[in-house]
Every structure is written in structure tokens, then in C-alpha cells.
Design a protein around this ligand. Sequence first.
Ligand SMILES: CC(=O)N[C@H]1[C@@H](OP(=O)(O)O)O[C@H](CO)[C@@H](O)[C@@H]1O
Ligand SMILES: [Mg+2]
Length: 588
Amino acid sequence: LPFIPMGQISPQERRYSVNHSAKRSTKCHNHTATSSKERHKALCASRMEAVLKYSSRHPKPAGLSLQYGTAGFRTKAEHLDHVMYRMGLLAVLRSKKTKSVIGVMVTASHNPEEDNGVKLVDPLGEMLVQAWEVYATNLANAEQQELQTVMTFIIQQEDIKMDQKASVAIGRDTRPSSESLSQAVIDGVTALDSKYHDYGLVTTPQLHYVICCRNTNGEYGEPTIDGYYKKLSRAFNELVKQVAVCGNGRLYLNVDGANGIGALKLKEMEQHLNSVLSLKLYNEGCKGKLNCECGADYVKVQQKPPQGIEVKPLDRCCSFDGDADRIVYFYKDHGGVFHLLDGDKIATLISTFIKELLVKVGLSLQMAVVQTAYANGSATRYLEDVMKVPVYCAKTGVKHLHHKAQEFDIGVYFEANGHGTVLFSKTAEDQIRQLASEETTDDKKKAAQTLQNTIDLINQTVGDAISDMLVIEAILSLKGLTVQKWDEIYTDLPNRQLKVKVADRKVIETTDAERRTVRPPGLQEKIDNLVNKYNLSRAFVRPSGTEDVVRVYAEADTQDNADALAHEVSLAVFHLAGGVGDVPKPLR
Ligand SMILES: CC(=O)N[C@H]1[C@@H](OP(=O)(O)O)O[C@H](CO)[C@@H](O)[C@@H]1O
Ligand SMILES: [Mg+2]
């Protein structure tokens, strides 16, 4: 039977399904059940010996406890060596279980340079299935003497055949600590006598792409980084060749590379693009520190341009995050006022573009947009009321958005912070490709080909700054839109994000896709009362999955009101949820 990863069975049939390239064991099975059980036991025992031997080179600091959170493990790099080794072990078990190549990405994305982290990539390039996150946490936190017990538990619980071959693909970002940490992952894989391919410096989405290609026997694309560049650049070049681009025939874009891997890889990608796109790269990592006063997270949260980039009025600019899976756009108007075009604006641009093409080709496919509670109220209203696109709210973390988006023929999902992509079901993709190859009216065929190239340009495995950037650039040029015109499609409600330190953030429990709290008692009532004081207002709080803080979000009719509401809600959290340190101060 084909293996369907647990928790990933979606109502829509997906375009790509796992093709088991890793062969089953060829050993003959004419022994009795008992002797095969004994052989398995002996194999486990000998592997375990190696696991423990290698493990002593990667000791766990006693008492350290971490959790596989929204995006894997993340903390100070010096605390992660044992976690990396153990994630190497877990990746092998996951590979044996799924009979597929499993990815391990060493990165802490937008966190400071001193941090690091690790996330596992499942067979179709998706995030590690949730049920295994618990194994990851247990394995990372097992004291040295408990390691064997935890490993044995996972093997038995998942009925893992230890003689099944395994293969792990490893990638890393540009942090100084990443190279030695990825070596620890390799040690884990080696301890279990398994194969690995070290892809070295890659963006997170590039690793996801390669994993998907390898497990679908190349159906998704050529399973190399060069194959990634070729696939995306071919689609992009096809898309933009039909437009007479404004001005002197070139698109100009300033890119803030966050001093990270995205800058490095964008330079490689640029060589594959026809000269129509002229990129000016800033914060490319030669001098500045990773994510330090630059990058997508800084620009989104601080609502200001990154350091080290000269922004002239109306210049189109974008920022990547530290592992290049997020992107936001921005510009300054003639008055020098900064304008941010975040994940919500990107989702609106892309879904509008796709919807218009679907009308042109006459396909009635079900399209929806998936957001989180952080989506600006104006974006949700515009999509629902003006565009008539159904909008769904998922919990924070791309795995939640990804799963929801899989329910539709075309699922566009973006977090407000710029992480997102578009998923096409098999039905949708087949119908579009069919139309693009048929003899039909010129307009219809052209629209179908545009859709087909858009599919090829999008990295469906995960949000991808490079791919999203090219999609946006293509759409803007095809629609003849300036960044200002794109921004004017709707006006964001002023908003504010704050953080509150509490003794134990788990005291806050949420419901309704994190938009309301059920604990501690009285908090939601207090938030409701505060929200009622302002116009067009909304506020919610939730414990972060990546930092030891409670996040507060508020929006209202003016920036002053959004700031005041966010501050008042912060005070409510501080007093009702066990705040520590200084009482939150007003913003102005
Ligand atoms: C408000 C916000 O931006 N939260 C981010 C952040 O999660 P938290 O659980 O809020 O810490 O990091 C996640 C991983 O990168 C990302 O998916 C998410 O959107
Ligand atoms: Mg990231």
C-alpha cells in the first residue's frame, strides 16, 4: 500500500504523491516470525550501541529542556549540539518509517545570529507531521542514560523496521554555528548507519523543494539546487516575456538579503534570469550581522526600512528573512512616509491575479485564502467583500495554514509576516495544464499558459522568498502595477504588536484560531471591554511558540488608538497572567 504520512491526508487529492525510491529490504523472508523478530532485536541492539557511542561526543547539558515548537527547535546555538545529533537519529527513523528521503534544515530563520535551530522536512517537502514533534521533543530532552529507552519507544510505537534503508538530506543557513551543528546531524545519521546528502548552504525552501523532487522521482522538478533555479527561472522568463515592461524595459527591485543565505542564493538565481529583472542587493552578508536591524521580521515588526539600504521615493524594495522563506515589500512615498506591503497584501495580489485568470480560462475551481489572526482586518474585508474570495483563519505557524489550504482546489496562504505560498490540487493543475495545451481561443490559451507558468514559478512545498518575489514581480509587470498602486488596493488598519513577559506563558489558553482566550479567567472579558472603547478595533493575545513571551496584537482606526489598545491589553496580560519584570509602559 502506498504510504500516506499520518495527519496529512487531505480532502483534495494532491498533485504529487510519494514515490518510494528507497527500496524495501531485499533480504528473503522465509524465516519464522520468531527468528525475524530476533534478528530485528539484534540489529536494534547493535545500532543502539553505536548510537550511544556517538552520543557521548554530543552530550546533553543536564537539565536543559527544549520543545519542538512552531518551527522546530530554536535557542542559543551553544545549547544545540546534542539536539542536532538526535535530530539526525530521528530523521533516520522517520525516513525508515516513510521509506522516503527526509530533510534536516539547520537554521533559526529570523532569530539573532547567536541563535540556531533545526527543523525536519517530511517526504513531500512539508513540515514534520505533528505526531512526530512529540518524539522530537522527547528525544531532545532525554538525559544521556534515557536515550536508548526513548529511541526504543519510538521504534516500537511506530513499528519501524530497522533493516529498512534510510536517506537524509541536510541543509544549513549562513550562521557561524551552522556548519558544526550540521556535522552533529551527520553524526546522528551515521550512527544509524544511514545515507545522507549534505546540500551545504541552501535556503530552507530550496531544501524543501529538493526533498519533494527526490521523493516524487523528479515529477516535481529536477532534484538539485540547479534544477530549482532552472524550473523557477524558466517559468519567470516565460511569464515576463509577454509584457512590454515599463520604462526602459526592465524591472528594478532593491532586495534586503538580511545578511543571510537568501542574498547568496539570489545571486546564483540571478544568473538564470533574463536581464529584464534588475536586482540591487543590500545586506548581502559581507559586513553586517544576520538579521541585525534588517530582514523581513525587522521591517514588519518595526514598521520601518532596514538599515543599510538607500530608499528613494517610490523605489520598490523587499526584505527576506534569515533563511529566505519569508518576504515583505516596502517603499517610501514622496513625503518620505514608509509603506509596508506584508503577507496580507501579497496574498491579495496573488489571489486576485489567479482569480482573474480563472475567469478568463472559464474554470470554476474553488479558491480560498488562509490567514492567521494577525491578518489585517482590512485585508480580510477586502478579500471577502470586494473580491468575494472565501477567507479562513488558521492558528499561527505555517503547518496550520498549509493543511487548511490543502482543502481547496487552489489554496493561497500567507502569514501577515510574509511567509506563504499557493497550493494547487491535482484536479486544478491537470485542468490548467490541459487547457494550456489545447487549441482554443488565443486569449484563453494565453491565460491558461500564464496560469501554468505561475504554478511552475510557485514553490508549493513551503513559503519561499525567492519564488514569491518572482511571482510578485511577474504579476506587477503583467498587470502594469507600480508598488504604490498595489499598496492602494486597500488601506491597512493601523496596528501594533507587543510582547509581554510572564512567568509561565502556558497559563494562557486560546480558542477560535487563537482569537480568544479561555484562560486565565477574566482575561477575555477584559480584552472585550478594552476593544469596545475604540473604533474598527480588534485585539487578541497568545503565547508565542518560538519565544518565551506572550504576544499582543491590536488594531484600530488610528495608530494612536492601536498603540493605546495594545498597551492596555498588555497591562491586562501582565496583571492577569503573571507578568514578570517591569509593568508595560505606554508607547508614547
Ligand atoms: C506573529 C508572528 O509573526 N509569529 C511567527 C512566529 O511564531 P510565534 O509562535 O508567534 O512565536 O514564528 C513562526 C515561525 O517562524 C511564524 O510562523 C509565526 O508567524
Ligand atoms: Mg524563516
